[in-house]
Design a protein around this ligand. Sequence first.
Ligand SMILES: [Zn+2]
Length: 391
Amino acid sequence: MKKPHFIIKNKFQKRRELYSDILTPIILKDVCERVTGCRDYTYEFNDTGYNEGRLAIIKYKGRTNFISFSEDRVMGRNSSFQSFPTALVRYHQEENKNKKIFFYFLPSSGNYETPYFKFIYRLMKTAGVEFLNEDDFLTSRIHFFTAVDDIITSRDMNRGRNRSNQSTYLTRGSDNTIQIYGKTYGASKYETTLLCLALSKIATTGIELYEIREGNLRILPAPAREVINNLGTIKIISTDLTMERREFEENDSLRSPRYIFNILERLGPKKCSFCNCEIPQLVEGAHIWPVADIKRESNLSQAQKLEKAIDGNNGIWLCQNHHKLLDFHILTISNEGELKIQSNLDEISSDFIKDITTTNQIPDTVLTSQFVGYLEKRNRAFQDSHYQILI
Ligand SMILES: [Zn+2]
């Protein structure tokens, strides 16, 4: 009978070494035994092209096995997992239906178990990856996610301090859709791809991927985009502002993924600023300077108006109750960030609002100078004397 056969592209894209230097006979034998049960194997290191995905392929008994290897050097959180989604995409592209994908830890001096790495391992397992040697390298077993909301919560907990470096956001829309807001270039595209492939395994509701484009920067790489499209469970929506321009022309409200993305970047996950409600289906982006008022501003060009309408500084997260109360001017925010209520409101309504509102001051983190600028524009038309401090 034929022995298992390794096919490995030998060249790195950015390093001088070769994969044959790293994937020693001892490692290949161990991988082969764990994947196929056989100790003997044949192999070829192929010098054409680069090895994308830190990948080896073993063909054996009609099955194509993809094995992606961990980094063998200490890497930062953004670069450590850039290869794996490429391997996963390659696996999905494989036409042989009899296929499996594995992950193998290589010895390295780095920490294998940072909270972020553990989050990524769980996503990988959810996406269908088998870990070949986790017991040798990790102190606790990796559990796959069983519910989308666990992924959303874990994603929020593992967000880097510098939000702009971690520009994939996962949340739900008011219709319960799972929404992925992802920059589709740079390091974020790898995380976006992995999130999509993991979510599609366990989601029971629709998934929308909003591709956040910037100028001519690339959309998700074509192979990843095609694989995500072929899953049939994820709707890819490009946000090149075409939708926003049309909406802005036609409506006084603005349905804009770009605006939501900008608020996510500014404030983090959805959480009502007035009551701390974190149920994403109930929390919306609320304009401070309303879209209708922006449209009436005579000394701004159309492009400048749209810019104001989608500016993350021109918004806060509010639950549906508080959003309506603000829109109808039953509640207002002073230029100093104090939350105020209409003075002549009946007592029952007033008591209800006090019950559901947990603060009377917008936190300093939200109250940037740009935000205050929008407050001043909003409040131009209002008499502060008609409102009083809550509580
Ligand atoms: Zn609220």
